[in-house]
Design a protein around this ligand. Structure first.
Ligand SMILES: [Zn+2]
Length: 331
């Protein structure tokens, strides 16, 4: 049995399963495999209708009774449970609960999942769940768990992965994005070479992901999230700047701001003005200070993101150009 096959088959059953449980389900497969136990996930999310049909089995329709839960009464209906099966080395499902099954249940528990094999009234050996402390009644009433990402991160999707040796536009996008976030990836050439590999690994290390140099769903999601955060910050700065420009054009407020004197000294040191305070209450002085504050914020942002100055020089340049514009208007 090949681990990847077990992972791939399990992956197919994890649609709509909460990521906290899905990640752990795959980790159960991996950890069991490492101990020579072949496990695959057989069920994950079930709709209410599917659950009702299953409940009918052995009651109003043919077959054996397989569940005691009607639709809406199973954690499967909310993506909070999975079922597994142990396979023999020939790949055949082995439904006889033996030491392997018990070991898999224990592995699930070690990953903070609840194993149905330990329940006192109805033992559900294939079943693993995580309830987030919610009852099915609460879930039926519309309560939902947070969309927590697990501590264990696994790149779940093997298709479309970008890794060492990959080529193309997707690689180029990743190179550009990582560079925007301050990671050195070499030339943006669409070739996933050693430098890009190092950049990806560093990013994964910094964000607590599995450090395998493979850009799968988890890594890609993390990159996108960080880029969005950064974009948001820059947009906020630009908005502040444009508000300021409008304010100056409309004739400045006569109220001097509280932070003006503190900022003045730094402003002078940074060479924006010659040290002589302007007589007016706002205009050049405060506008310059705001620009300086923006510049400082932006620099902090760059440092926080370990970003190379070159990547942000355009934004800085445009800020400085706007400053000059304002200075001109006010001189
Ligand atoms: Zn189950």
């Amino acid at each position: 049995m090949n681990l990847q096959t077990l992972i791939d088959r399990s992956q197919l059953k994890l649609d709509n399963v909460h990521p906290y449980i899905a990640e752990r389900a795959l980790e159960v497969v991996r950890k069991s495999y490492a101990e020579g136990i072949y496990v695959q996930i057989t069920h994950g999310y079930r709709s209410i209708q599917e659950q009702d049909a299953l409940y009918a089995q052995g009651r109003t329709t043919s077959g054996n009774i397989v569940t005691n839960a009607r639709g809406g009464y199973s954690y499967h209906n909310f993506g909070l449970a999975v079922d597994f099966v142990v396979l023999d080395s020939n790949g055949a499902a082995n439904w006889t609960v033996d030491s392997r099954w018990k070991r898999v249940g224990a592995i699930g528990e070690s990953l903070s999942l609840e194993w149905g094999g330990n329940w006192s009234n109805f033992r559900d050996y294939p079943h693993l769940q995580y309830t987030f402390g919610l009852t099915t009644a609460q879930l039926r009433a519309g309560h939902r768990p947070p969309n927590t990402s697990g501590i264990i991160n696994i790149s779940p999707n093997t298709s479309g992965q970008i890794k060492l040796g990959s080529r193309g536009d997707k690689v180029k996008d990743v190179q550009q994005s990582l560079s925007n976030l301050g990671y050195s990836v070499g030339v943006f050439d669409g070739v996933f070479g050693d430098k890009t590999n190092e950049g990806v690994k560093q990013f994964q290390r910094d964000y607590g992901l599995v450090v395998d140099g493979i850009v799968g769903k988890q890594t890609l999601d993390a990159i996108t999230k960080e880029e969005d955060k950064m974009k948001e910050k820059i947009e906020k700065l630009e908005k502040e700047l444009s508000n300021l420009t409008t304010m100056i054009k409309q004739g400045a407020s006569p109220e001097p701001s509280k932070w003006a004197s503190e900022m003045w000294e730094e402003l002078r040191i940074n060479g924006y003005f010659d040290g002589k305070r302007p007589k007016g209450l706002i205009t050049r002085e405060e506008s310059g200070q705001v620009i300086n504050r923006l510049r400082k914020n932006l620099l902090n942002l760059i440092v926080n993101n370990q970003k190379e100055l070159a990547n942000q020089s355009e934004t800085l340049e445009s800020l400085e150009a706007k400053l000059k514009e304002i200075e001109k208007e006010n001189s």
